[in-house]
Design a protein. Sequence first.
Length: 585
Amino acid sequence: MRTHYCTDVTEAKIGETVTVAGWVNSRRDHGGIIFIDLRDKSGLVQLVADPSDSKDALVIAETVRDEFVLIATGLVRARGEGLENPNLKTGKIEIVLKDLVIENRSKPMPFDINDEKVNDEIKLRNRFLELRSRKSFEIFQLRSKATIQVRNTLDDLGFLDVETPILTKSTPEGARDYLVPSRVHPGEFYALPQSPQLFKQLLMVAGFDKYFQIAKCFRDEDLRADRQPEFTQIDVEMSFCTQDDVIAVAERLIYDVFTKCGKNIPSTFRRMKYSEAMEKYGSDKPDLRIDMPLVDVIDIFANSTNEIFADIAKDKKNNRIKALKCKNGDNIFSKRQMKGFEDYVRKFGAKGLGYFQMKEDGLKGPLTKFFSEADLEEIVKVTELEVGDIVFFGAGAKKVVWDYMGRFRLFLASEMNIVPADALEFLWVVDFPMFEVEDGRTKALHHPFTMPKSLEDTSDLEAIESIAYDIVLNGTELGGGSIRIHKEEIQSKVFKLMGISDEEAREKFGFLLDALQYGAPSHGGFAMGLDRMIMLLAGTDSIRDVIAFPKTQKAQCLLTQAPSAVDEEQLKELSIRLRKTVTDL
């Protein structure tokens, strides 16, 4: 139906007759001559309906409106001196219409597709229209390029692409499962996979050696900017490997994808222990673009005459007192703003937020009276303060302090506008704890199939390290993985430490435990969020922008109105009866 895409019609085509097709981006009537900007996936080209060339084309052009679909045939000519548009690839030419066909008409648009300030609800309800924007097309062009490179790289490294089941068994993996009722097995349910974790381990037992999959995953959890109920991950597993082997594959994959997409990044990335990340940045996914580390000052505060600080400092195992230097902050922030900082950290469990200001004659602030001159000098030394700086302090239980001081670090950097937008800072966080204990309940920090470094001493479960690793980009967790447990006796011991009985383990993971008894090789792997990767590559701040038809924060699809009610006959076939709530009565 066409001879060229719009932007293929360049100066080289002057004098030729071409046919293009697309949507009306805009229409202008200049006293009997009509100009139309026609848009297709490649960009724009200008059409001219001139009565001296074709009266029929002009008559049709007069009825054309925005977003009409046209097929246009005409002669390519130069626009002429002073009429060129330097912002367009086709800005030096135009197509003088000989024939114009309205392939389809369009109702008036509910919003301007190039207006990013339009209400999200309106855009999601008309997502197929929002996808017409140049920004959206370029994002999905980028996603396609990245996905193809993932397959090419892993194929080159000898990995086999294998699909695993979507309808599977419900297993505890950290989030709620989406359940699917079975018609042929009344009262029983499938679960949609939160990840292909168990199946990829079984493929290693099967001897497949190297597996990958661009896998759909599903988690019924509260949503935010970088989460969706269904998402896509790059899933990789390999046999007879060490942590270094797995990281080398992941780094090659990331390097190939990012360079293919026009980003200049190193081929290997820095590594940092989990404990260092938490102590210096208050996060297991630190943003290294921000040069504002937390500094431990608990020993100095132990000498304080303030009983609150002194009591906190007595328990160095469970408590922390952290300092955060804000360079030149005394010249940036007012007292009122700093009061707002305290309100900010209180939202995350802080009891308060202390601070000192570095003046010409030393530290000043309401807390100085609780410290000796020697201790004040030590604070200046360890935090490397200069005149004009402010240093903030957080004190309390270590996990609470890590959390709110880590958040506060990011908050301050944003307030000061010091985060370099174009920088790409990758980091491997390694040596994660195997377990975390909350409210007396032991949970796996990653998942229960992660290989612990040792289980000889189980007196302090949170001190046990695992062979686990996360890849972080600009403070966002891009993915992670681990060396897996491949011996049934180790897996059983981990379950016991988590309070999972033999009966419960057999019920939920019996097929995996059985497989581990039939010559399972050592193995490990990683999973990377494809959606998050594209979000960061595209420079957008929402994962919804990189998913063709995303859900809202309430897990609804406004376009299709899903989820929705189904008729009684369907429920009856599934042996399901809905219970009425109070609001239904």
